[in-house]
Write a protein that binds this ligand. Structure first.
Ligand code: SF4
Ligand code: SF4
Ligand code: SF4
Length: 300
């Protein structure tokens, strides 16, 4: 079983219990304006370009059959229109100014990579986490990965935005020990405006998932000036009160690294916030939400 991933991170301590290996799958049905992993949105590989690393050698123009690269004097111009994402230019680039982001790989290779850190998982209660993008954009691959992780004796977590077919979510989540479930906004209109999709099916899926009794953590990206407001804290607390198996709420403070990643793959980053929230601000968010719920609230 093959699928497309854009990263594998070892020794993560923020993506489920203990030390974990996180496999990031490509593809996402949302279009959050602050997206911290814009290279995950597209299901197929992206071509990254960092102009500051370019020597103007012309190797990319020589191999690109779509004519996307040209030299104007000693200046290299990359016009993405018509790009077939074949990766030939990235292979030819001597400086890594061009890079293919995302690769097709198979379940066996990923599990072989993950089991190398088994001693760390056993010492900390960690394991494998599927993230993205949205793992359920590749439901068969996600299911095969979680199933293979279980067969290898690894704890497995699924992180999901919840905007998925219920049948896929139910069957893939059933293979996980815990689900990290993203809730980005409590207000319907604001949710659609900020992410491009409605909130209702996400909440409906969460409530159905909760009825299965699976361990849950809510993951809530907090974007200063957008959802750090009383109505959202109250919405999160009200939702938490309706969930079985909820072990905690993790606030995920916005970080602006997504902007440079977006520019690298040719996306517009103009609407993305530019600043980190201050630690005191994050602490205030946690205190404010904690005062509204009995569920443990953390951040990071
Ligand atoms: S759900 Fe996550 S990966 Fe998808 S667009 Fe939103 S922030 Fe990006
Ligand atoms: S990925 Fe292929 S089609 Fe796209 S710019 Fe590079 S060589 Fe050309
Ligand atoms: S191959 Fe790389 S270094 Fe050479 S012109 Fe193209 S982007 Fe620049």
């Amino acid at each position: 079983m093959n699928g497309t991933v854009f990263d594998v991170q070892r020794f993560s301590v923020h993506d489920g219990p203990g030390i974990r290996t996180v496999v990031f799958l490509k593809g996402c049905p949302l279009n959050c304006f602050w997206c911290h992993n814009p290279e995950s949105k597209c299901r197929v590989p992206d071509i990254g370009y960092v102009p500051g690393l370019c020597l103007g050698c012309g190797s990319c123009a020589a191999v690109c059959e779509a004519g996307c690269h040209r030299l104007e004097g000693d200046r290299h111009v990359f016009a993405r229109m018509g790009c077939r994402r074949c990766g030939a230019c990235a292979e030819a680039c001597p400086t890594d100014a061009l890079e293919t982001i995302g690769r097709e790989t198979d379940v066996e290779s990923l599990i072989a990579e993950a089991v190398r850190d088994r001693p760390f998982y056993e010492a900390t209660g960690g394991g494998l986490t599927l993230s993205g993008g949205e793992p359920l954009a590749q439901p068969a691959f996600a299911a095969a990965l979680l199933s293979a992780a279980k067969q290898a004796g690894l704890s497995a977590c699924l992180e999901t935005c919840g905007f998925a077919d219920w049948t896929d979510l139910r069957s893939v989540a059933a293979l996980a020990d815990m689900v990290l479930y993203d809730i980005k906004e409590s207000d319907t209109d604001r949710h659609r405006a900020g992410t491009g999709v409605p909130l209702e099916p996400i909440v409906a899926n969460l409530l159905r998932l909760s009825e299965t009794g699976i361990r849950l953590e809510l993951r809530c990206p907090i974007i200063p000036g957008w959802n750090d407001r009383d109505g959202h804290w109250q919405g999160l607390a009200g939702l938490a009160a309706r969930l079985r198996g909820l072990e905690g709420i993790r606030l995920m403070p916005y970080h602006p690294m997504g902007a440079s990643k977006a520019e690298r793959i040719g996306l517009d980053s103009a609407n993305m916030p530019k600043d980190f929230p201050e630690p005191d601000t994050v602490a205030t968010w946690v205190r404010t939400l904690q005062a509204l719920t009995d569920v443990p609230v953390g951040s990071g």
